[in-house]
Write a protein that binds this ligand. Structure first.
Ligand code: DGJ
Length: 445
């Protein structure tokens, strides 16, 4: 007897008389999802168009909740006009470095004889970083592209957190280290892992390649462990190298190199999670796939566990960071030393699946957004005291003189909906947007 049952709602879903209402509910739900999907697709398309025309207004409105007060200035979108010089014949060296689909401004960037070279690589004499000279109003400001470390060394940067990052070490001299407590004043700690001068069979022989060194601290062993890309001059060794030290400032003792999980490994990074587990990320299978695997407890090796992610997507230069239990990654495409478009990715689990969020670059101009501001991701460093804000650190490579490559450091902020329909979320913006804001000059909040 219907009247006897206290659970009217449940009965409604199972009883024949209510099939009609069940259908109505199902169709309402389907309709809602369809409408939301269409709106999201439409908005996303509209967003992309707007972004090309006027990224500033578009993205500033997107940040919900509004950014931390300290970030207001940094999330202001700054556009920049770059004018091409009159067309002329290029040197044969530049032609060799052409990207697959040449963009005139990128050709200028790659041309060492370009009359606008100084815009990309300003004179190092004016390239101060840290209070080394009277900079007047420029003190404490970063000028992306102006700054490189000393020409004699390749280096990693070291902070109070004990992390390190990168610089190509082709024709190896050694890994240099700079330390800082405020990310502005830097102390040159010297070469912490030196090259091998005489033994040609040694991984660190000066004729070889060492790139993208990173150091993480192991609480259990009390050691600082450096992971790096080890290669021969032709990039056929494709291995990782491991070194160890009692101090972040070295000296590091080189332990060995290997092909992790038996696979070729080129651009790489390590990421230490909040629970102390560290992971190796490396471009593999001739840079077509990214491999991720946890390190052993002492961080000196990989475990047998490995996941292949972004299969067939040809991504390199991975830089990993975490915010509110979501993992984020910036990668580049593979175009040698020439710059290309960055992509942001997000994942609920560090081992994947990783989802594409789109190009994170905001401001500048169309070409600079398509070339990661003429640079390539290397590390993303949390901005102390400002949740959701980071420093995006990138290498502006100078192929004709790699040691004169420069850094591009810019504010990176997580907030607002992703602006690209996502593969596995029916087009709903489930993730926050990752935005890297262009500034020709900026300072920490
Ligand atoms: C791009 C990589 O990200 C760099 O580290 C370096 O390996 C170059 N390719 C070599 O062409």
């Amino acid at each position: 007897m219907p009247g006897n049952s206290p659970s009217l709602g449940l009965r409604g879903f199972s009883g024949g008389g209510c099939r009609h209402s069940l259908l109505t509910i199902v169709w309402t739900v389907v309709g809602f999802f369809l409408a939301a999907h269409l709106i999201s697709l439409y908005t996303s398309k509209d967003d992309q168009q707007q972004q090309q025309q006027a990224p500033s207004h578009h993205l500033q409105q997107q940040l919900h909740p509004p950014p931390h007060p300290a970030l207001r200035e940094l999330v202001r979108v700054k556009e920049e006009i770059l004018r091409l010089p009159p067309p002329r014949k290029r040197s044969p060296r530049t032609s060799k470095r052409r990207s697959r689909k040449p963009i005139p401004m990128v050709e200028e960037f790659l041309d060492d004889k370009s009359p606008i070279r100084h815009l990309f690589f300003p004179d190092m004499k004016t390239a101060a970083f840290g209070p080394t000279k009277d900079m007047g109003n420029d003190a404490f400001h970063y000028f992306p592209g102006r700054f490189g470390w000393t020409r004699k060394e390749t280096q990693f940067k070291l902070t109070a957190e004990g992390f390190c990052t990168t610089r190509n070490l082709a024709r190896t001299i050694g890994v240099g280290c700079y330390s800082s407590k405020d990310l502005w004043t830097w102390k040159n700690e010297g070469i912490v892992l030196g090259a091998e001068e005489t033994n040609k069979t040694h991984d660190l022989h000066k004729s070889n390649v060492l790139e993208r060194p990173k150091v993480i601290y192991n609480e259990k062993t009390g050691k600082y462990v450096m992971w790096m890309h080890i290669d021969d001059a032709n990039y056929t060794k494709a291995s990782v190298g491991v070194a160890i030290s009692d101090h972040p400032t070295g000296p590091f003792e080189y332990l060995y190199s290997k092909r992790p999980h038996g696979f070729d490994s080129r651009d790489m990074t390590v990421f230490k999670d909040d629970d102390g587990v560290a992971y190796l990320f490396y471009s593999s299978e001739v840079n077509s796939v990214l491999h991720i695997g946890p390190l052993t407890e002492d961080y000196l090796d990989v475990t047998p566990v490995m996941k292949r992610v972004m299969v067939g997507q040809h991504r390199e230069a991975p830089a990993i960071f975490k915010h509110e239990n979501t993992y984020y990654m910036i990668t580049s495409w593979c175009t040698g030393w020439a710059p290309n478009e960055a992509l942001a990715h997000a994942a609920e689990s560090i081992m994947g699946p990783w989802e594409k969020l789109g190009n994170p670059c905001v401001g500048g101009n169309k070409v600079s957004r398509l070339t990661t501001f003429f640079a390539q991701s290397t590390y993303v460093f949390p901005l102390p005291g400002v949740p959701g804000a980071f420093i995006f650190m990138a290498d502006r490579w100078k192929p004709s003189d790699l040691r004169d490559s420069r850094y591009v450091w810019l504010p990176l902020v997580i907030g607002g909906p992703a602006d690209q329909p996502l593969e596995s979320s029916f087009g709903f913006p489930m993730w926050s947007r990752v935005s890297i804001y262009w500034h020709s000059k900026w300072h920490l909040p």
